[in-house]
Every structure is written in structure tokens, then in C-alpha cells.
Design a protein around this ligand. Structure first.
Ligand code: ATP
Ligand code: MG
Length: 300
């Protein structure tokens, strides 16, 4: 994990619902604890991140969630306005344009602009020289990326815009963002997966797409929600031989079999990837809060 945390930007990717927000937050806690001024960016506007820290909402503001750990929920409309302000170097003009119906009409018609300004905001957060002179730099920016398809669209946007614009400020700015993403010394990718057949296949597929479409490689795969191995196969055999239909035994055997399938998928993943693989345990809990995050952070 240290080599990943020493980058400026870590993209937490993966399918919907696998634990991206949870892992991004745990990683953020870990990085902040080690003394890095860290920010976790939520980009899908779900605001699940602040809830993990007992906060109701963060919005498009950089807010401290824990000592040294900040959070922001990037709002594409606000990011668009900031981007305009930067390009036009005039807050008044950007405000006027940002609120005009024509502008909304035009930008809605520009495919990928939302993705561009979103990843542009992430890039800005990761710069040591922030655009706004008041803003302090971060040692590490962690992005809780949108689920695979949208996540890839966001990563592709800078190159697309840079190619389409050909020359000028948009070309240069977008090109810089793409170069930053594609620079393995600056940007690392962590993919969250579940230890099941389809999720493992999808993770391998995501790795190939990241490589072919962006020239990026997954640095680490975190396999989340791994069940404990409570019984040996000999113990399972003995459980199977018990007479009578006892619910507790049935439950134990079901979990034993699921854990075994998970181990097989974990082995398949490890065989099929060059990325380092870390596991996180399934936490049997009804509420997921700071305490659970700390437990996961310690395991990362
Ligand atoms: N190790 C774990 N043990 C138990 N539950 C977990 C674990 N990791 C995540 N969860 C639970 O799984 C659910 C999904 O997690 P999370 O929201 O982090 O996923 P996500 O990938 O960000 O989802 P989405 O794609 O919808 O944003 C949450 O209810 C979370 O509390
Ligand atoms: Mg999420």
C-alpha cells in the first residue's frame, strides 16, 4: 500500500456496490493517520462519504471529516463554473455564462464536458499550486470513482477533449490532465472487487480496458467482503454427517461453502493479474461507521 499512497492521486475504481466508497474512506483515514494531508472526492453526488463520518452532507466544499482527512462531493455544475472562471479569468463573466440558458444548452450538447470538468476538479485538487491562492495543497487525493462505465468515461474525457480541441487553452489544459492521469508516478489505480466469479471476471476486464484505453495499470486490487474460514474440510465433513436437519448446521455449511467458493475465486484472481491483491474481511455489522472504517483501514 505505501507505494500507492505516495502518489498524488489514487483512483478507487470498481463495479457498483462493491465497496468503493468504504475503501476510499478507509484508505483516506490510513493516509491521514500517516501524516498525509488527504482529501477523498466523491463524484457521483451520493454523499455516502460524509455519512461514514457522522456528517450529513459536505457538498462541493472541502470539509475536514477527521484530523487531516478532508472530503468533497464534486458537483459538476459548480465544477463547470469554476472551470469557466479559470478559463475566462473573470468571475463575473463565468457567473453570467454559467447561469445562461444558452450555455447550459451548449454544454449539455458537448458530450463528456461534465466528465471533463469533474476530473479537472480532481486534477486541480491534486496540484501543489492550487488555482485559488488561498487553497492549501494536499499530499494525496483519493477519488471515489463512479462505477466502471462512468468511471472510464471520466478518465477518457481529457484525452478526447485535448484531441478534439487540437490547439488552444482547452487542448493544453485537457492534455495536462490526461498526462497526469497516465503518469504512473503521479496517479495510481486501486480496484475494489468481490470474491465471486462475475466480479472477478469484471475486475480482470476492467484491468484490460484501463490498459488498452488509457495506458493505465491497476496497482492494487482490494478484494472486499471476504468471509472467514471457520471450518476445515474435515470439520465440514463431520457437520455434513450429523443426522437431522438442524438450522444452525445448515447455516454453518452454507457459509463454509460460500467461503470456499470465495477462496477459489481469490486464487483465480491472483493467478490472472499482475496487480497486488489485498483482502478485507466481511464485517458482520448492522451499521457502518467510523469504528468499522478504522477496522478496515488497519487491514489495508
Ligand atoms: N467489508 C465489508 N463488510 C460488510 N459490509 C460492507 C463491507 N464493505 C462495504 N460494505 C457495505 O456494502 C455496501 C456497499 O458499500 P459501498 O457504498 O462502499 O460500495 P460502493 O462501491 O461505493 O457502491 P456504489 O457503486 O453504489 O457507490 C454498504 O452498505 C457498505 O456498508
Ligand atoms: Mg459509492
Amino acid at each position: 500500500m505505501p507505494e500507492l499512497l505516495n502518489r498524488r492521486l489514487v483512483l478507487v475504481t470498481g463495479k457498483g456496490g462493491v465497496g468503493k466508497t468504504t475503501v476510499a474512506a478507509a484508505l483516506g483515514l490510513r493516509a491521514a493517520r500517516e501524516g498525509r494531508r488527504t482529501i477523498v472526492c466523491e463524484v457521483a453526488e451520493r454523499e455516502r462519504l460524509p455519512a461514514l463520518f457522522g456528517d450529513t452532507s459536505i457538498g462541493h466544499e472541502e470539509r475536514e471529516l477527521a484530523p487531516g482527512l478532508f472530503g468533497i462531493s464534486i458537483d459538476p455544475e459548480r465544477a463547470k463554473e469554476e472551470w469557466l472562471r479559470y478559463q475566462l479569468r473573470s468571475a463575473t463573466l463565468a457567473g453570467l455564462l454559467g447561469h445562461s440558458r444558452l450555455f447550459h444548452y451548449l454544454t449539455a450538447a458537448a458530450p463528456g464536458l461534465t466528465e471533463l470538468v469533474t476530473i479537472g476538479k480532481v486534477w486541480e485538487l491534486a496540484q501543489l499550486q492550487r488555482k485559488s491562492a488561498k487553497a492549501s495543497p494536499y499530499d494525496l487525493v483519493i477519488v471515489d470513482s463512479p462505477a466502471t462505465g462512468h468511471g472510464l468515461a471520466m478518465l477518457r474525457a481529457p484525452r478526447t477533449f485535448s484531441e478534439v480541441a487540437r490547439v488552444g487553452p482547452v487542448h493544453r489544459q485537457a492534455g495536462k490532465i490526461h498526462d497526469f492521469l497516465a503518469d504512473p508516478g503521479a496517479t495510481g489505480v486501486l480496484t475494489v472487487a468481490l470474491p465471486e466469479e462475475m466480479p472477478v471476471s469484471e475486475t480482470l476486464d476492467l484491468g484490460e480496458r484501463l490498459h488498452s484505453e488509457m495506458g493505465m495499470d491497476i496497482g492494487r486490487i482490494v478484494v472486499n467482503q471476504v468471509l472467514p474460514e471457520r471450518f476445515t474440510s474435515a470439520e465440514a465433513e463431520r457437520l455434513e454427517s450429523v443426522d437431522g436437519d438442524l438450522p444452525a448446521i445448515r447455516a454453518a455449511l452454507t457459509e463454509y461453502r460460500r467461503a470456499r467458493v470465495q477462496r477459489a475465486q481469490l486464487r483465480r484472481l491472483r493467478r490472472s493479474t499482475d496487480a497486488s491483491v489485498t483482502t478485507l474481511p466481511f464485517l458482520f455489522t448492522s451499521s457502518f461507521e467510523r469504528e468499522q472504517l478504522e477496522a478496515l483501514a488497519a487491514r489495508l
